[in-house]
Write a protein that binds this ligand. Structure first.
Ligand code: ACO
Length: 328
């Protein structure tokens, strides 16, 4: 096989943070016509974490970032860039990225946010990869962080039981590779958007419309229909770009929205659930935070091992969806 020296963005650290408050399904039955059985059977979710009053997205992100730095054995000053995927920033501006930079003391890093809703972390990873392979950064902290509890309509049982708060972080570092799919690091990315589906999943407020943050609105069953088909397709495209097939995959680490979407996508990809990292039962849908949370939990539990082939995939409002293939 011909080999070319290339730069790869390799994961050298991971971390996550979940707010202290755990909300079990049962709690929703006090105020809504719903049940633990309905929520579990339709979504797989049993509990989720909610941020405390005054606890912001940047606070969650900074906790996850510090955990990732400790895991990598680095200090914040070793970072060149911070990319945060979020749709629930502390403020309209400045970015959560710059707030994290300040909170962790990453004085040498430039920082910005990426917004692609639940697909945000996949888009952020692809952007961080591009910064590294183009030589604009050597070490990038990539964070997914959300406080979706702040945009829930607590009277809408079709949405408010599904989401949770949290943050996860990876540190990527430029390392030389041989240019083959045996390299560690990000091997391929595939990003997609289709803005015609805006009304399937959106927030009904914003700076230049209502001047408010708004509440999440979702046609859940319509989103579901798009999800399995598009997620399997983007994962297959990303694998093909890396010159790999599904049978080489050690772990699918999907966006954690719904166990039935996760199962349907694995089935379409021909992979058993033993090869899928699942955290949706404990975290709910944490939007852009769900993949780094699942990666960090999977690594902490000893499932993800150095050299494993990992496929992450996600879809969210926009619609926006994509996949990243990487060797851990
Ligand atoms: N408890 C009890 N009943 C409920 C609840 C609830 N919490 N929520 C909805 N229902 C009812 C509905 O009102 C409906 O009743 P009706 O038939 O009398 O009208 C019935 O359950 C079925 O509703 P559906 O929406 O068709 O239920 P479905 O089986 O599709 O499950 C769900 C709903 C869980 C929302 C599912 O569609 C889903 O998970 N969709 C995808 C969500 C997702 O992945 N979003 C993308 C990422 S999110 C992001 O990007 C921010």
């Amino acid at each position: 096989m011909s080999q070319n020296n290339v730069t790869r963005a390799v994961v050298i650290g991971h971390g996550h943070y979940l707010p202290e408050r755990v909300v079990e399904n049962e709690e929703f039955t006090k105020t809504l016509d719903t049940s633990h059985e309905w929520i579990v059977s339709r979504s797989g979710i049993e509990r989720r974490h909610f941020a405390a009053e005054g606890e912001t997205t940047s606070n969650l992100a900074s906790h996850a970032a510090r955990a990732a730095l400790a895991n990598a054995g680095l200090s914040a000053e070793d970072l060149d860039a911070i990319v945060v995927a979020t749709s629930t920033p502390d403020l309209t501006f400045p970015s959560v990225g710059t707030m994290v930079q300040d909170q962790i003391g990453a004085t040498k890093a430039y920082a910005f946010d990426v917004q692609a809703v639940c697909a945000g972390f996949v888009f952020a990873l692809a952007n961080a990869n591009a910064l590294i392979v183009s030589g604009q950064a050597k070490r990038v902290m990539v964070i997914g962080a959300e406080t979706f509890s702040r945009i829930m309509d607590w009277t809408d049982r079709g949405t408010c039981v599904l989401f949770g708060d949290g943050a996860g972080a990876l540190i990527l570092e430029a390392q030389p590779g041989a240019g083959t799919s045996d390299d560690r690091g990000i091997l391929s990315t595939d990003l997609n958007s289709d803005g015609r589906h805006r009304d399937l999943l959106y927030v009904d407020g914003g700076v230049s419309t209502t001047g408010t943050a708004g509440y999440l609105r979702m046609q859940g069953n319509q989103v579901f229909r798009h999800a399995v088909e598009k997620l399997a397709a983007t994962a297959e495209t990303a694998l093909a770009k890396a010159g790999l097939s599904g049978d080489k995959v050690d772990w699918i680490v999907p966006h954690q929205a719904n166990i039935r979407i996760i199962q349907g996508t694995a089935k379409k990809l021909g992979l058993p659930m033993e090869n899928v990292i699942v955290t949706v039962q404990d975290h709910g849908n944490t939007s852009a935070a769900s993949i780094p949370l699942a990666l960090s939990v999977g690594a902490a539990e000893g499932k993800l091992k150095r050299g494993d082939l990992v496929v992450t995939e996600a879809i969210g409002g926009g619609l926006a969806w994509g996949a990243v293939v990487l060797r851990w």
